[in-house]
Ligand binder design. Structure first.
Ligand code: ADP
Length: 272
């Protein structure tokens, strides 16, 4: 009887090991599929600006004759091709930088550098460079802060990156004559930073995907500034790196992105 019991125990253990191995194989296959999908999307996204760059260089090449004399209309076509080159190079650089940042954050190798931040000084200083773009696009960009806000203890560079990305999107997707507001509030534990823009709405089915890598909503770009679909994926990763969360909401022709951060990050509140 003992022998049979031992054999049963061995068989059960082997069955469990087999099940665990099967689950591991399934997980590895899933990760491999995700990696393949990611690589194919990245290659496609990197190739798109390259096609425009190649076309513009070929057109520019034809603008000069063998003796180096400009043969096409210098005032119009040539400068348009240079503009294409400039825009597409910027797009490629942003794409590569965002990808590198996403990979770095995935590997969690980025150490945090904590600073005490006064929101009343810091928020307007980040908004300031966007005022001119908003003015040119006839958008009303405002900062609305309560009189009292606590000092935040977090990584200044990362927080700046988050707000800059959200503001850049707000300016990009807000139509003429509409408003953009940066607001903040806090309690004893958390700090909430919101960027709201009006004149545009995101459908519920799309809201679920806006933080996905490479997700872009078609025909949603009134200023045709273009984008990579990586901005919000990066923002989400950066917020999580600061032990925070981010929420996107949209209703009544308004879009709102709210970042919730601990006033003092867990890493500083935990004991030795
Ligand atoms: P990108 O701006 O490069 O397309 P993002 O990841 O930053 O990529 O944004 C994903 C999509 O979410 C955008 O293409 C846009 O359609 C939508 N979106 C992002 N921010 C806003 C906003 N503030 N208002 C309206 N739509 C937005």
């Amino acid at each position: 009887v003992q022998q049979v019991a031992n054999q049963c125990a061995i068989a059960i253990r082997q069955a469990r090991l087999y099940q665990a191995a099967q689950a591991q194989v399934a997980e590895l296959e899933k990760l491999n599929r995700l990696k393949d999908d990611f690589l194919s999307t990245v290659s496609h996204e990197l190739r798109t600006p390259m096609s425009s760059i190649k076309m513009a260089t070929q057109m520019l090449e034809m603008s000069w004759d063998k003796a180096g004399k400009l043969v096409s209309d210098p005032s119009d076509r040539t400068s348009r091709y240079f503009q294409v080159l400039n825009d597409e190079c910027d797009r490629e650089i942003k794409l590569i930088n965002d990808l590198l940042d996403l990979t770095r954050l995935d590997a969690e190798t980025e150490p945090l550098l904590f600073t005490a931040i006064n929101p009343h000084c810091w928020i307007p200083s980040v908004v300031e460079p966007f005022l001119e773009q908003a003015r040119q696009q006839e958008q009303q960009l405002q900062v609305q802060l309560p009189a009292e806000l606590p000092t935040l203890h977090t990584d200044l560079d990362i927080l700046e990156r988050i707000l800059t990305e959200l503001l850049s999107n707000a300016c990009k997707y807000t139509p003429r004559q509409a408003a953009i507001a940066v607001t903040a509030q806090a309690n004893s534990e958390f700090f909430w930073l919101s960027v709201q823009n009006s004149g545009v709405e995101i459908a519920v089915v799309e809201l679920e995907h806006v933080f996905d890598k490479f997700y872009r909503i078609p025909n949603h770009d009134p200023w045709k500034h273009g984008g990579t679909g990586l901005g919000l994926a990066l923002v989400k990763k950066l917020v999580e790196h600061l032990s925070g969360t981010i929420q996107a909401t949209s209703q009544a022709n308004q879009v709102s992105f709210t970042v919730q951060l601990p006033i003092v990050p867990p890493v500083l509140t935990e004991g030795p």
